[in-house]
Ligand binder design. Structure first.
Ligand SMILES: [Zn+2]
Length: 232
């Protein structure tokens, strides 16, 4: 028998090693950028996923001691399953990626375009409680422009996953760069984490800001210009 304390150390080492070497390979950025998914993540249909999640969530409620025959509670496992698959975690499935059409930059507009205060709701992947806030997205056209509401849709898509805010920021930025065919993309997220405000440290007032400045947005004057637009 391994003593409890050594077992803990072993588990920590396993975690650290697991994160470091073989699985990650050389490309650290990209392994951090992708949401960690199983290879067979889409083997089950959405319908099968909902059935399994409902069953498992019923177990959680049962273990917590809740009476699942109560009128108010009996529909909860199905509701949670449907919400997970169809709504708040629907961004895990690449099939749900928004369809994007680009247009020629007919107006020859070559300054930055900023879409600010895009509301988003996500969930922390460590506690499965909400993260919510505002996203500000900017780009400089390389010849193509995107419908404005598509910027919102891209933000919402990546938010609908269990997330960490740093990865959410980078996933939005990388997808925008890919879609728009330019490095000149900036993304700023300002969000509140319920795992910080409603549990643990219980800080009600703090928000977390993350940013991505690509290409021309790396220049101090561009950052200053963008920050100026974001002032209320
Ligand atoms: Zn958390």
């Amino acid at each position: 028998m391994i003593p409890e304390k050594d077992l803990k150390i072993f588990k920590v080492n396993e975690l650290i090693n697991g994160f470091n070497a073989n699985d990650i390979g050389d490309d650290h950025l990209f392994s951090g950028l992708e949401t960690p998914m199983k290879k067979d993540a889409f083997k089950l249909s959405d319908k099968e996923k909902k059935q399994r999640i409902a069953h498992l969530f019923e177990e959680i409620m049962d273990v917590l001691g809740l009476d699942l025959t109560d009128d108010s509670l009996k529909g909860t496992p199905n509701r949670v399953a449907k919400m997970y698959v169809d709504e708040i975690f629907s961004g895990l499935n690449p099939a749900n990626k928004p369809k994007i059409t680009l247009f020629d930059n007919k107006y020859q507009y070559n300054q930055m375009l900023v879409e600010k205060n895009i509301s988003f709701n996500s969930n922390c992947e460590h506690h499965f409680v909400p993260i919510f806030g505002k996203a500000h997205v900017a780009y400089i056209s390389s010849g193509k422009v995107i419908g404005l509401s598509k910027l919102n849709r891209i933000v919402q898509h990546y938010a609908k996953r269990p997330q960490v805010q740093e990865r959410l920021t980078n996933q939005i930025a990388e997808d925008l760069k890919h879609i728009l065919g330019t490095e000149d993309v900036a993304v700023i997220l300002d969000a509140k984490h319920l795992c910080v405000s409603s549990r643990g440290i219980k800080d009600e007032s703090s928000t977390t800001i993350t940013s991505y400045y690509g290409g021309k947005f790396g220049a101090p004057e561009k950052i200053a210009e963008l920050q100026n637009y974001l002032k209320d």
